[in-house]
Design a protein around this ligand. Structure first.
Ligand code: ADP
Length: 731
């Protein structure tokens, strides 16, 4: 049944030739289906015919001899051999078609899946009644002609006999001649009539041939006939020539010559097998590689090779039927590919799905964590706000580029701002006192540029009452949500009270130091007089005792001066008394002074000649003396202290290198802070207040120089400071 569904059989069955399909259920041969042409021919509707036995439709005449036996034999033979069988002439009973006799040309085409006993027979029926009638008429005419010939012969004999009598009776002869002439005329007329009839029959025959040609050429399948074992092309319909892109010139050529590319493919072999075995072969979706106009093309064909046999059963030629199914096959292949791709995609999708599920879980966990973090953050922010409020701190944000200012209520209160429109950055800066403004702006710019911490103490006037308040502002530049360092924010607190306390303390230190200085100056004076006297009296004990007293008085004076300087610094009262002097000379003076008092260390000085600076000579002197003094204080006796002076285009750099204890990294940062001392066993034994380096840093800063230290524990320290050099040498 599969095969019957095949396109070829469908097309073959649907052709305008009467065809029926019967089951091979001997002896019934039940009708399965009849085509439209058959319905027209037999006047039987398809539904009426289906299910009947073939013998109910075909009632042969006479049934026992030529008819049903002939048909049933043919049906049996076709079923058994699986070969097409032909009944050239099957005479039908008169009752079957309008009371006249009819003749059919019957072809039985077994339909079997390869090499199986056929399950179906396609029976092609052609009405050849007219042809038979024509033949019969011809036979009758020739029979009549024969009779006439015989009659003529008899007449001739009679004429011969009469000839003898001719001489005797001219009259008889004349009569005989006349009758002969008449007979002749009659004969000629009959011959002419018969010739005309014959010609008419020939014309009809030609018409039938033409019809057959039309059918063959209109069939939507390529049909050709290969002759002999060389498979010479005997006939091909237009469709086949079209499929092969060939013309009539291929007629008579062997297949391999027509298409040499088939040599390596299965088709020539299959044709040969059909030829030698006489068994038909058919395939669907067969792949072929053809050279079409010189280009190799892959095509797909449904095809069948059916042998045409001679009377002795040997194959004479093969009818090949080819239908181009390339599009259908390619569509199927594409469909197959698509299914494979789809299943691959499906697998990928399910893998991605699993990954997604895992990612989802991770995301959920991350979300949960984020939620907790946000809640913690909110709590922290709340606590932070509460802390800020409780500490009476103002908070502020400055947009880095636009300098747009945002602040909280406490800040507005601290600043005494009561304006209706929000306070701007410029308004806030305008309130800063002149002596703090420059430093504050520099600190803001520095923080914004470098993105570091910001901690500045400054004074400003309150907006509402103009009173000066001291503020400490702490901040930092933080990245925004896009990672840009665009937000500068922090807190500000009022430290006026603290500042006032410090001021009072400074004033006190200043006052005490000042008060101490007067008695100390007179003490120093008396000690120096006594020293001179002892020298005169050559009182060695008094001399050395008084030298120590003077030394201690100097130390004390230095300390008191330090405290005085601090109090002046803090209250902003420090004053730089600048003069043009030679830095080398000042360093040398300090070295000499130290050497006089101290002989325990070897001081080496590599001076740079003619380094002149414009600075406060006394204060720079106290810086040098402090740094050298520390080197002496914190380096073991008998070690070297190396003082160097280096120059570049703008600055002089003084370094003091000792071989002392060295300073730990954590201490280096704080070394220049007020009252900072390194806490160690050694430093505990050395007296000091931690104000020397603080003062040095303040003094150098006020001279627009830098100060610092490079140190290594156990190796020593190198303190340095720089000062801008003067353009002109000292006059
Ligand atoms: P003081 O010496 O009076 O304590 P300074 O401000 O001069 O105060 O010095 C601060 C601290 O720095 C000192 O207490 C000391 O610990 C450390 N220091 C200063 N100079 C040196 C040095 N050359 N070697 C090691 N430590 C030093």
């Amino acid at each position: 049944m599969e095969k019957l569904k095949n396109n070829f059989f469908q097309a073959y069955f649907a052709m305008p030739v009467p065809r029926i399909i019967v089951r091979t259920d001997c002896p019934e041969y039940t009708i399965l289906s009849v085509n439209t042409a058959f319905e027209t021919l037999m006047g039987q509707a398809a539904e009426q015919a289906a299910g009947k036995s073939i013998f109910q439709l075909f009632q042969a005449n006479p049934p026992s001899i030529n008819g049903n036996d002939l048909l049933s034999d043919a049906l049996e033979k076709a079923t058994d051999t699986n070969n097409p069988i032909e009944i050239p002439k099957l005479e039908m009973a008169a009752s079957q078609s309008n009371g006249t006799l009819t003749w059919y040309h019957i072809e039985l085409l077994p339909v079997a899946e390869t090499n199986e006993k056929p399950g179906y027979l396609i029976i092609t029926t052609r009405d050849i009644t007219q042809t038979i009638l024509n033949q019969l008429e011809l036979e009758e005419a020739s029979y009549r002609e024969q009779t006439l010939h015989e009659e003529l012969a008899a007449t001739n004999e009679e004429l011969l006999a009469s000839n003898e009598e001719l001489s005797t009776t001219i009259e008889d002869l004349k009569q005989s001649r006349e009758s002969l002439q008449e007979l002749n005329d009659e004969l000629e007329k009959r011959v002419m009539d018969r010739t005309a009839e014959l010609m008419l029959a020939q014309v009809k025959l030609k018409e039938k041939h033409a019809l057959l040609d039309t059918i063959i050429n209109e069939v939507p399948a390529g049909i050709c006939v290969f002759d002999g074992p060389e498979m010479k092309m005997e006939m091909a319909n237009k469709k086949l020539l079209n499929l092969w892109k060939r013309d009539e010139s291929i007629m008579g050529m062997p297949l391999i010559e027509i298409m040499p590319e088939l040599k390596e493919q299965a088709f020539p072999r299959l044709l040969h097998e059909v030829y030698t075995t006489g068994i038909a072969h058919s395939e669907t979706d067969a792949r072929a590689e053809l050279l079409v106009e010189g280009i190799k093309r892959v095509v797909y064909r449904d095809f069948s090779y059916t042998p045409i046999k001679r009377n002795d059963g040997s194959t004479q030629s093969i009818v090949a039927l080819t239908i181009d199914v390339t599009e259908r096959s390619l569509a199927r292949l594409r469909e197959q590919q698509l299914i494979e791709e789809l299943s691959a995609t499906n697998e990928e999708l399910s893998a991605s799905n699993e990954e997604l599920a895992t990612t989802n879980e991770e995301l959920n966990e991350a979300h949960e964590m984020q939620r907790k973090l946000i809640s913690n953050l909110e709590q922290s922010e709340l606590r932070f706000r509460m802390a800020i409020e409780a500490a009476q701190m103002g908070s502020w944000h400055i947009e880095r580029k636009t300098k747009a200012l945002l602040y909280n209520e406490t800040l507005a209160k601290l600043f005494g701002y009561e304006g209706k429109t929000p306070m701007t950055y410029d308004q806030a800066i305008a309130q800063v006192t002149e002596d703090c403004k420059e430093k504050l702006l520099a600190e803001i710019e520095k923080a914004i540029e470098d993105g570091g911490e910001y901690d500045v103490t400054y004074a400003q006037r309150r907006f509402n009452d103009g009173e000066v308040i001291w503020l400490r502002s702490l901040g930092r530049v933080t990245p925004d949500e896009y990672g840009n360092f665009s937000v500068f924010s922090g807190v500000v607190m009022d430290i006026t009270e603290q500042k006032e306390d410090e001021q009072r303390k400074n004033d006190f230190i200043g006052m005490v130091s000042h008060e101490l200085k007067t008695p100390l100056t007179s003490l120093k004076g008396y000690a120096q007089i006594l020293h001179l006297k002892a020298k005169k009296n050559q009182d060695d004990f008094a001399l050395s005792a008084l030298a120590k007293v003077i030394d201690q008085i100097k130390k004390m004076t230095g300390l008191i001066n330090g405290f005085l300087d601090i109090s002046r610094l803090e209250s902003g009262k420090i004053h730089l008394d600048k003069s043009h002097f030679n830095l080398d000379e000042l360093i040398l003076e300090n070295i000499e002074e130290t050497s006089l008092l101290n002989t325990s260390h070897h001081i080496i000085f590599n001076a740079c000649p003619q380094v002149s600076v414009i600075a406060d000579r006394d204060k720079i002197s106290s810086v040098i003396s402090n740094i050298i003094g520390n080197a002496v204080k914190y380096a073991p006796e008998q070690t070297e202290i190396e003082i160097n002076c280096e120059l570049n285009d703008t600055h002089a750099r003084i370094t003091v290198k000792d071989q002392g204890t060295g300073i730990a990294e954590k201490d280096v940062e704080k070394l220049f802070d007020r009252f900072y001392r390194v806490e160690s066993e050694q430093t505990q034994l050395i007296s000091g207040f931690g104000i020397g380096l603080y003062l040095c840093a303040e003094i150098i800063e006020r001279h627009h120089g830098t100060i610092g230290v490079e140190s290594k524990i156990g190796v020593g320290s190198t303190f340095y400071f720089t000062l801008p050099i003067a353009n002109q040498p000292v006059a």
